[in-house]
Design a protein around this ligand. Structure first.
Ligand code: NAP
Length: 292
């Protein structure tokens, strides 16, 4: 059975995805700054028990900007020759904590000060997804170097799925018309961070089979997130079916699905069904917009 690595699983989308992953019998590894926060959130998910957590999930305490912690999360085991077995798939929903601000920083003659500005969201770390993406790529590079040849790494390279955002296309054309002013005024700081993440990944993905993303990259761009991490109580899922996703519209960068909002739990469900359960081959190399 495949083992999936999670980053940002105390966030709503990724926690929901992790819950579906565990409920469907997969093993998982999750990096968390506060492991007790992660397990407490998981235990609020319908059907998740302490037994499931103990049997199927390994929680690694650490920071996603730290390459060693990321590597520890990605490696399932190491043999006596120092060859390692990496996870089969990586899901990352890391993001900063937003704070509403009515001022912005400016500088004059080497001194910095703040001036009044339109309301906008600032982040506790405005470069968090860029930094965690750098750490992820560095960790994958170090893992690849432990294989005797690149072909050997390529055969087991994990599929990487990251949660980005809508709103970075010219004219915000993947955002519903009435939300565009709000996106432009409120969200430039978090969006600039996500754009940096996508640029780093684009550069690496261009290397194709010769890069550390040889297992394939899926970028998920959800519209404005609503709701919490909670998945609905078991819905009589049938193996192999994409259930519960009827209300989700999906597009790509060339032909985005334009909408306003999507529940976090539905983003987690989409990633579970499409990438984990069905392998995600259809979405590799795409920037997938999803909206409800
Ligand atoms: N809000 C929106 O409308 C919107 C729209 C599109 C996309 N997005 C993006 O979608 C993603 C998922 O959003 P969400 O609301 O479900 O989750 P979220 O609340 O943004 O969760 C962020 C996650 O990142 C983790 N994190 C932050 N810094 C970290 C670090 N240095 N090391 C390890 N973990 C770290 C947090 O862990 P802690 O519990 O330790 O803080 C948390 O698990 C985010 O990237 C978000 O920016 C948001």
């Amino acid at each position: 059975m495949n083992t999936i690595a999670f980053f940002g699983a105390t966030g709503g989308c990724t926690n929901a995805c992790l819950a579906y992953t565990l409920l469907n019998g997969y093993n998982a590894r999750a990096l968390a700054r506060t492991p007790s926060k992660l397990t407490a959130l998981l235990l609020t998910q319908p059907g998740i028990t302490q037994k499931i957590i103990s049997n199927q999930l390994e929680v690694i305490e650490g920071d996603a900007t730290d390459v060693e912690s990321v590597k520890k999360t990605l490696i399932i085991s190491t043999d006596s020759n120092n060859t390692c077995t990496p996870v089969s798939s990586i899901i990352s929903g890391v993001g900063g904590t937003g704070i509403m601000s009515f001022t912005r920083e400016t500088s004059c003659q080497n001194s910095k000060f703040r001036v009044p500005a339109l309301p906008h969201i600032e982040l506790d770390n405005p470069h968090i997804t860029e930094q965690t993406t750098r750490a992820l790529l560095a960790a994958l590079e170090q893992i690849a170097a432990r294989f005797s040849s690149f072909e050997e790494y390529r055969a087991v390279a994990p599929r990487v799925t990251v949660i980005s955002t809508t709103g970075n296309l010219p004219g915000s054309k993947d955002v519903g018309f009435w939300f565009r002013p709000m996106y432009n005024v409120l969200l430039p700081i978090p969006h600039a961070d996500k754009l940096q993440m996508e640029k780093l990944l684009d550069k690496e993905a261009e290397l194709g089979g010769d890069g550390v993303l040889a297992g394939g990259l899926v970028v998920v761009r959800p519209s404005f997130l609503m709701g919490d991490h909670l998945i609905p109580a078991r819905e009589g899922e049938k193996e192999g079916q994409r259930v519960g996703l009827k209300g989700v519209r999906v597009g790509t960068e060339r032909d985005p699905a334009v909408g306003y909002t999507i529940p976090r739990a539905l983003v987690g469900k989409w990633i579970f069904e499409e990438v984990i359960r069905h392998g995600g081959a259809q979405w590799v190399g795409e920037k997938v917009t999803i909206t409800a």
